[in-house]
Design a protein. Structure first.
Length: 496
């Protein structure tokens, strides 16, 4: 069943964590609402965010403790102050970092939950709205809140290292801890209540101002997550709960060893027996959060790469058939049409192209990949066979435009200069973005870093590295009036 097309338009890719804030990390507060106003003023129609789930070690939004929960870091403290749940001096008593262009996750981790605990202590835990929320979301909320409370109790260790009764979800042991940790479990429920309350306000405001939110969900979930702990039988694990094979991608031009991500693989045959019910719940939950959902690593739906868990790299992995049409049909039935973008980048897998053609979902093109001198390159706009596409200059995993071309020689840039009809390196960013805007692609999305013409110091993620990623933030007043005029003109000029 083919969905209808996305409305021709433009948008900006900016993680919620990357918004300005006096408390060290972007939130769902006034700066998020101000950004919606900015998008509307710039004649944009889309705001693409990175995954908004609770993050773990390494701070990657693609390795979350839950496929259903929201990230407590994004809860706005000023809103809690207005509600009387926090005092300004309490919040000001913590060090949130000194740099407005970077998140210090260690500081946030050490301070944020202490502040939120103070808010929880003043919160009316018997309120009808809170009870209703907990009942409505009980299917995932019970397991998630229990998981986080147990994780805290275990000093942050992953569930595979918990005592046997908890690791294996023994009924009697769980009951004992449910009573022992009932206040902590309630705290984690409170955080989700506040997260969803604030998110729903923000999303309503965006929609009222003509902005659709594009969410991003990883195909796989983290091993250290409530999802795997609560539904072990849906994943390929051994009797001890450890993965036998894990997800990743094979060696390619960028990596001789490939990438071993370490996520457990789904037992697709088992999932199929109940019509992919877990996936149905996941898509329904994300369908409420976002107007459109970008599925990261969509290739894995058609063909997935499995790597022996004991291997140190991805060289010995093998390709397996994914659930394909059975899963995509279920997603369409759950969400309706016109709701999915498929991240179909990476290894060329013919089955992916076939699956996309059957669903009618738009795939992606990346301008940074276009200028290798091959005029048949699929990322060059003259090769877009139709407009059912989303085109980016680059995504969160790529260098910025400035960073990518900075060290290239005149010889390497000759084709690009000719194609874009420019002669200087400084003209590349605007020329690349203008070309994307002028293309037949239904939607064009630019990273805020590229619109600001920043170098790789502003890069969001360098795949396969830990410790320096996901930190970049936009500062107050970063977009000059001149830049605003240019972006607005591009949107109007190209009927976006």
């Amino acid at each position: 069943m083919k969905g209808s097309r996305m409305t021709r338009g433009a948008g900006i890719l900016l993680a919620v964590t990357s918004l300005p804030s006096p408390y060290g990390i972007g939130t769902m507060g006034k700066e998020a609402f101000r950004f919606v106003d900015t998008l509307a003023d710039l004649r944009q129609k889309y705001w693409q965010v990175l995954p908004i789930g609770p993050t773990s070690f390494g701070d990657s939004p693609y390795q979350s403790f839950s496929a259903f929960a929201g990230n407590p870091y994004l809860i706005d403290l000023d809103i809690l102050i207005e509600e009387g749940l926090l005092l300004q001096e309490e919040v000001d008593g913590y060090n949130w970092g000194t740099r407005e262009d970077e998140v210090d996750y260690e500081l946030i981790y050490n301070s944020r939950f202490k502040v939120l605990k103070s808010a929880f202590e003043r919160f009316d835990k018997g309120s009808e709205e809170f009870k209703t929320f907990c009942e409505k979301e009980t299917q995932w909320l019970e397991d998630y809140s229990m998981y986080m409370a147990l994780k805290d109790e275990a000093g942050g260790r992953e569930w595979l290292l918990w005592e046997e009764g908890l690791k294996n979800r023994d009924g009697e042991t769980l009951e004992k801890y449910r009573e022992l940790l009932k206040e902590e479990i309630l705290f984690w429920k409170f955080l989700q209540y506040k997260f969803f309350e604030q998110w729903n306000e923000l999303k309503s405001y965006a929609n009222e101002h003509g902005i659709q939110i594009i969410g991003d969900i990883p195909l796989y979930v983290a091993l250290d997550s409530a999802d795997v702990w609560a539904d072990r039988d849906l994943f390929k694990l051994n009797g001890q709960g450890e993965p036998v094979e894990v997800a990743g991608c094979p060696p390619d031009a960028f990596s001789d060893d490939g990438q071993k991500w370490g996520n457990p693989l789904y037992d697709w045959e088992k999932m199929e027996t109940d019509g992919f019910a877990w996936w149905g719940r996941r898509m329904k939950a994300n369908g409420r959060l976002f107007d459109i959902i970008r599925i990261d690593h969509f290739i894995g739906v058609a063909r997935y790469y499995s790597i022996p868990a004991a291997d140190s790299n991805a060289r010995n992995g093998k390709w397996n058939r994914g659930p394909g049409r059975k899963l995509t049909d279920m997603i369409e039935r759950t969400l309706g049409s016109n709701r999915i973008i498929a991240e179909d980048l990476g290894v060329a897998v013919p089955a992916v192209k076939k699956l996309l053609a059957k669903t009618g979902w738009p795939g992606m093109k990346i301008m940074l990949f276009a200028f290798d001198g091959n005029t048949a390159n699929e990322h060059l706009p003259h090769n877009y066979y139709d407009g059912n596409l989303v085109v980016y200059a680059g995504t969160h995993d790529n260098e910025t435009i400035v960073g990518y071309f900075r060290d290239k020689t005149a010889y390497e840039l000759a084709f690009l200069y000719e194609y874009l009809n420019i002669q200087k390196k400084k003209d590349i960013p605007d020329a690349v973005m203008r070309l994307a805007y002028a293309s037949v692609a239904d939607v064009v999305i630019m990273q805020m870093q590229d619109l600001l013409k920043l170098g790789n110091e502003a890069r969001m993620n360098f795949p396969s590295t830990v410790g320096t990623n996901w930190k970049w933030r936009v500062w107050q007043g970063a977009l000059s009036e001149e830049r605003r005029t240019w972006i607005r003109t591009m949107a109007l000029l190209h009927r976006r």
